[in-house]
Ligand binder design. Structure first.
Ligand SMILES: [Zn+2]
Length: 89
């Protein structure tokens, strides 16, 4: 089990955002299913491999969770850890 599953990224424009290692972004454009579970190795549509892909943004995971059937347990685990994460200001 990976202990560190969320990372906070500071952004001077909007304060920052979390990414989570439980999900990753492939290179499919907006409108396509571009967030994948860490248990999925590769996107069958664009061919992006998980090892070459960035972690997904937590807010986008939440946004698309229902429509794309993302793993509820993994989303909850990431959310719980994000809530505990000290935000470095
Ligand atoms: Zn893709």
């Amino acid at each position: 089990m990976v202990s560190q599953i969320v990372d906070f990224h500071h952004d001077p424009v909007n304060g920052g955002f979390f990414t989570t290692r439980l999900f990753w972004d492939c290179e499919c454009p907006d409108g396509y299913l571009y967030i994948h579970s860490v248990h999925t190795e590769k996107c069958e549509v664009c061919g992006t491999h998980q090892d070459d892909a960035p972690d997904a943004r937590l807010n986008e995971v939440i946004l698309h969770q229902a429509a794309w059937g993302l793993d509820e347990q993994d989303v909850e685990t990431a959310l719980n850890q994000a809530a505990l994460e000290p935000i470095p200001f």
